[in-house]
Design a protein around this ligand. Structure first.
Ligand code: PXP
Length: 240
């Protein structure tokens, strides 16, 4: 059995840059270093409020990276228009709320069915594989299948934050959701809140094709540099 691919989310390199509105650290340069260290793809989230990644970053990432670009986007019309022009190979549709510190919950695929039914074919036509970022909830997964999305990305944030016996329960929920998704023909990615201590059971999900990890790797790179930070995470994925 192979382990999931590692896709690195570079948003928080841009967060650091935007803290001073400087030209550095450059998320594109960091992404290229991460590629040299062996990541399989680069992910970024262009948020409506442009708090970290800027429009120009998306263009430069697509021009310069050698692996795949996975662009996270909300269903906002402006963001979808940018996504369709971006040349990204993958799109992950996420909910977005201006006040949140990071993406809080998964998409409500049932409530958003109409907008998704419009966005999924548009993004597919633009050349990217679409995934829906959702909580490990079987009803949401069934609806993702109904809407024709090829991929889901299971939200692992609840698992990452759970403590004590709740952690095992949260993991079990993800395991069940992942198996169910694969059984009904969906391809499975996972991400959010994954770090060096909690990634192993998620990397061991037999259905998981790709893990999207950002904050923990960017944070570790402050101490050990991007090459080691990536290599340590790749090692954990290989061992899973
Ligand atoms: N996957 C999705 C859909 C996300 O929105 C994010 C955060 O931008 C991540 C993965 C990565 O989360 P983290 O930075 O906590 O690793």
């Amino acid at each position: 059995m192979t382990h999931p691919r590692l896709h690195l989310n570079v948003d928080h390199v841009a967060t650091l840059r935007q803290a001073r509105r400087e030209a550095f650290p450059d998320p594109v340069e960091w992404a290229l270093a991460a590629e040299s260290a062996g990541v399989d793809g680069i992910t970024c989230h262009l948020r409506k409020d442009r708090r970290h990644i800027q429009d120009r970053d998306v263009v430069r990432l697509r021009e310069q990276i050698q692996t795949l670009l996975n662009l996270e986007s909300s269903l906002d019309p402006e963001m979808l228009a940018i996504a369709t022009r971006s040349g990204a190979e993958a799109f992950c549709l996420v909910p977005e709320n201006r006040e949140e510190i990071t993406t809080e919950g998964g998409l409500d695929v049932i409530a958003e069915s109409d907008r998704l039914a419009d966005a999924i074919p548009r993004l597919t036509e633009a050349g990217g594989a679409v995934s829906l970022f959702i909580d490990p909830d079987l009803k949401q997964i069934d609806q993702a299948r109904e809407l024709g999305a090829p991929f889901i990305e299971l939200h692992t944030g609840g698992y990452a934050q759970a403590r004590g016996p709740a952690k095992a329960a949260a993991l079990e929920r993800i395991q069940r959701a992942s198996a169910h998704a694969a059984q009904i023909g969906l391809r499975v990615n996972a991400g959010h809140g994954l770090d060096y201590d909690n990634v192993a059971p998620i990397a061991a999900l037999p259905e998981a094709e790709e893990l999207n990890i950002g904050f923990a790797i960017v944070a570790r790179s402050v101490f050990v540099g991007v090459t080691q930070a990536v290599e340590q995470m790749r090692q954990l994925l290989r061992q899973s």
